[in-house]
Design a protein around this ligand. Structure first.
Ligand code: FES
Ligand SMILES: [Fe+2]
Length: 370
């Protein structure tokens, strides 16, 4: 079995200051003020995976998603350029697009304002006759977009630093894995409405410490998951076990903080998205694409097993969130080794939320063990 990345600089042991093992205080998992800060300071300042390149390959194709509290719509214009916008009508705030698919323009169904796929306002019934109406000033607000190895990303800030500059670990992991989903064909999508904070969902997605106990008949049939560890650096996590069960070759997985899950192997490409919906609710969406040359029946079977796996995770997360919300326990502990990635993610949350004016100041950290 191949263990990936042991010679890489990002696999150096975690520094001592990162080896404290308490989880975040449980009070941070159901506090609306913390959630609001996370939406703006974490999701609002991060790149998130949105779609497969195949979803937006042709002129006229569009795709919607939400990044933190910001709804976005992506479109490939007739000129072939990929653009992204805040999916909020400049009239009075209704989305201009729902779902995805091919369209010639965005038509807000509330009062009928329409926009080109370049974001420019085309028609505003009756408003156009109003004195001083400035159509040119009422285009859709832009967001940043990027294509990387067959995945389309978006960032709510139109002036965001380029994806690879902002996430150097993503490119290091992606290059090492030969990761590319550009020719994959999306064929299945599954969404789960989970009554748990997004950080619990992220932690569950990143670690496979739980796989032998929760997924013995599902995920563990597909991948050699026992002892899953992970290479971790700068907001990106790469799972360290690379062999699929049954001699089907490599399986590469990259999780990009805060909510993007990417995986590729000889059967499937996977794009997972974690979207918070308030402090105590999370929408988890996993989309599956067939690897070029893969048997479609096998790809469908694997996707079905993945969905069973995620259903098992939802059940676990639901009960875990109840325990945490009890308020009877202040925090948990993380296990150095199999949960090193979670230590890294915990530190990122703390770093990005900051202190002082942050709502974190209301929740003093628990003492930690070294
Ligand atoms: S809110 Fe879009 S047309 Fe009125
Ligand atoms: Fe799981």
């Amino acid at each position: 079995m191949e263990r990936v990345g042991l010679s890489r600089p990002w696999t150096t042991p975690l520094p001592r200051w990162m080896m404290t093992v308490a989880t975040l205080p449980y009070a941070l998992f159901d506090d609306p003020a913390v959630m609001a800060a996370e939406e703006s300071r974490i999701f609002g300042r991060s790149w998130s995976a949105v779609a497969f390149a195949a979803d937006l390959a042709e002129p006229g194709q569009t795709f919607t998603a939400r990044i933190g509290r910001v709804p976005v719509v992506l479109a490939r214009g007739a000129d072939g350029v990929l653009r992204g916008f805040v999916n909020v009508c400049r009239h009075r705030g209704h989305p201009v697009a729902e779902g995805g698919g091919a369209r010639r323009l965005f038509l807000c169904r509330y009062h009928g304002w329409s926009y080109g796929l370049d974001g420019c306002l085309l028609r505003a019934p009756e408003a156009e006759q109003a004195k001083g109406f400035d159509r040119g000033a009422l285009g859709l607000a832009p967001v940043s977009v990027a294509e990387w190895r067959g995945i389309v990303f978006a960032h709510p800030d139109p002036q965001a630093a380029p994806l690879v500059n902002a996430n150097p670990a993503l490119e290091v992991f992606g290059a090492d894995a030969g990761f590319n989903l550009g020719a994959h064909r999306p064929f299945h999508s599954a969404s789960f409405d989970i009554p748990a904070n997004w950080k619990l969902v992220l932690d569950n997605t990143v670690e496979c410490y739980h796989c032998p106990s929760i997924h013995p008949a599902t995920l563990n049939r597909l991948y050699e998951t026992g002892g899953f560890g992970g290479a971790v650096w700068s907001g990106a996590v790469r799972h360290s076990r690379a062999e699929m069960a049954g001699g089907r070759g490599r399986h590469d997985c990259i999780v990009l903080f805060p909510g993007s899950y990417l995986a590729a192997d000889s059967v499937l490409g996977i794009l997972g998205r974690i979207e918070p919906e308030g402090a105590g609710r999370t929408r988890l969406t996993f989309r599956f694409a067939a690897t070029p040359g893969a048997d479609p029946a096998l790809a469908a079977e694997f996707a079905a097993i993945w969905c069973e796996t995620l259903t098992e995770d939802v059940a676990i997360l639901t009960e875990q969130a109840r325990g945490i919300a009890s308020g009877a326990v202040a925090a948990g502990v993380l296990v150095p080794g199999p949960e090193n990635c979670l230590i890294h993610l915990r530190n990122l949350v703390q770093h990005m939320l900051g202190d002082g004016a942050s709502p974190l100041a209301a929740h003093s950290p628990e003492p930690t063990c070294n």
